[in-house]
Design a protein around this ligand. Structure first.
Ligand code: NAD
Length: 293
């Protein structure tokens, strides 16, 4: 069993650290927010008063933070204390450039590093069923895999430094675009007098099928577990979808990739967020199409 430092114990990091404790690891945790740290203590995480206290003597460090700038700040502190050969894993969703910078910082400190963003949301974090998309060396991945398996059920090595973040933002750009398309189709069906169930029965088994309709249908009824049946309580909040779409557009700009549908989806979610819907499930964007954007 490993001695693990966990930095960032919020909505995702808290339950992920709790699953590491359940698997028998010794977990020292740090978060800037005192109530968050206290909550983690109740699930068996040993609270630290500073990053360096958590990292000292740890074999592995995991960060789960909001954005690239938070990760670079935390990794600067982590790597000041890190022993050579320590493995540092970032599970946050951040921009590819910051992720690659963090890997370079780790290399300069003779540490192994992995970017390993997740999909599966807070439900998957609590249940230990997250999907991890990892970027980094074979050696870093091999050491991280058994640790990540305590928090997730699918662990994919996507390539070198930053490849996990690249996979995450490409996947979520597909998701943002497909959800907009599915919502538009249901609103058109309503105008044509076609029932939700009839469109679902056809599209979910025909060429229109995709996760946004088959598993996460944006209208109540056809998929009982989708947030549409629960007042659009997230699930996956629209603000987080907007964050990921913005990351995809920054990456498209930096690389010269043409992503016109991604750009359109980013604009639509920005408008939805501006209307005060950032805390609702992202599939609630269907209401904006009923109001005619
Ligand atoms: P959160 O805001 O609940 O938690 C982040 C925590 O980081 C906070 O408790 C904050 O106090 C702490 N923090 C910030 N800077 C710090 C620092 N320098 N040192 C220590 N602690 C610091 O966010 P979350 O929902 O847990 O998301 C974390 C990451 O996971 C984000 O990048 C998000 O995009 C990604 N993600 C979230 C979900 C989701 O459904 N919530 C799903 C997939 C991926």
């Amino acid at each position: 069993m490993a001695r693990i430092a966990f930095i960032g114990l919020g909505n995702m990091g808290g339950p992920m650290a709790a699953n590491l404790v359940k698997s028998g690891h010794e977990v020292l945790g740090f978060d800037l927010a005192a109530p968050v740290l206290k909550a983690a203590e109740q699930s068996g995480v040993k609270p630290a008063s500073h990053v360096s206290q958590a990292v000292k003597d740890a074999e592995i460090v995991i960060s789960m933070l909001p954005q690239g700038r938070h990760v670079l700040t935390a990794w600067t502190d982590i790597l000041q204390t890190a022993a050579p050969d320590m493995l540092v894993i970032d599970c946050s969703t951040i921009d590819v450039d910051s992720s690659r910078k963090a890997h370079e910082m780790a290399k300069a400190a003779s540490c192994l590093s992995l970017d390993a963003p997740v999909s599966g949301g807070t439900g998957g974090a609590a249940a230990g069923t997250l999907t991890f998309m990892a970027g980094g060396s074979d050696e870093a991945f091999a050491r991280a895999k058994p640790i990540l398996e305590a928090m997730g059920k699918k662990i994919v090595h996507c390539g070198e430094a930053g490849a996990g973040q690249a996979a995450k933002i490409c996947n979520n750009m597909i998701l943002g675009i497909s959800m907009v398309g599915v919502c538009e189709a249901f609103v058109l069906a309503e105008k044509l007098g076609l029932s939700h169930q009839a469109l679902f029965d056809v599209a979910s088994t025909s060429s229109g099928q995709c996760w946004s309709i088959n598993s996460y249908c944006p209208v109540p009824g056809p998929v009982p577990t989708s947030p549409a049946n629960n007042g659009y309580k997230p699930g996956f909040a629209a603000a987080l979808m907007l964050k990921d779409l913005k990351l995809s557009q920054e990456a498209a700009l930096a690389t010269g990739a043409s992503t016109p549908m991604g750009a359109e989806a980013a604009q639509l979610f920005a408008l939805f967020d501006k209307q005060g819907n950032g805390g609702r499930d992202f599939s609630a964007i269907i209401e904006m199409f009923r109001d005619k954007v």
